[in-house]
Design a protein. Sequence first.
Length: 236
Amino acid sequence: LQIEFSIKFPECVMEPSTEAAEALQVAPPKYDAGTETYTVVAFPGETIPVAHGVDEHTWTGAYTLTYRTGPIQDIAYMEKVKLKVASRLESDYEFMNKVASEAGINVGSIPPAYSMDYDYTINHKLADTALDHPTRDNDTQFIDLSFPPTDASVGISDRPKCWVKPTDYLPPGIEPSLFVKGTDTSAITPGDIDQGVLGDCWFMAALAACAEFPVDLIIPMFKPADEVAKYSAANI
């Protein structure tokens, strides 16, 4: 999602931080001098300087903020992210193909996750082999070969979209967490699910049903704590 927000100051005490934004290679804020309003569209992981104080004025701290969120519509931004992700995926696919070959699995014959022929044991075997593989490093990310990061996996849509993992958009120093609120019964709820803009309500409904019974259906899908740590290291 993208967020568009506008900040209005009560008087001419600020000026646009255009140079600071350009230094970070992000779009500078739009400035309406008539209303003293600064408008910015921010994408995942971006920090955008908006305005800074003018020397001869003193800002009292007053401002009005309005914002709205929605699907990313900026094609140029999506293409930039796709190029970045494609570079990572190339090496990830190379690694996963090697893993599949050593596990005796024919990549071309793996049934897609959305088919009636889906076999979850194949993914378990791939994951176990990938995690313990001697050539894996911390930059290598697991790919579910039955649900690959392609348009075919999520259906055709006229909305621009790009497959990303948390490590692609989280700020530096922030690590993804599998269970943010713990693993007891109250920590995992159907309300944690957010469908977003994909037409995958069928999948979200299945997840919500499983989340009603987290101890029986969610936690057992993952390995014990020491093994989960290995999953995190592999960015799975």
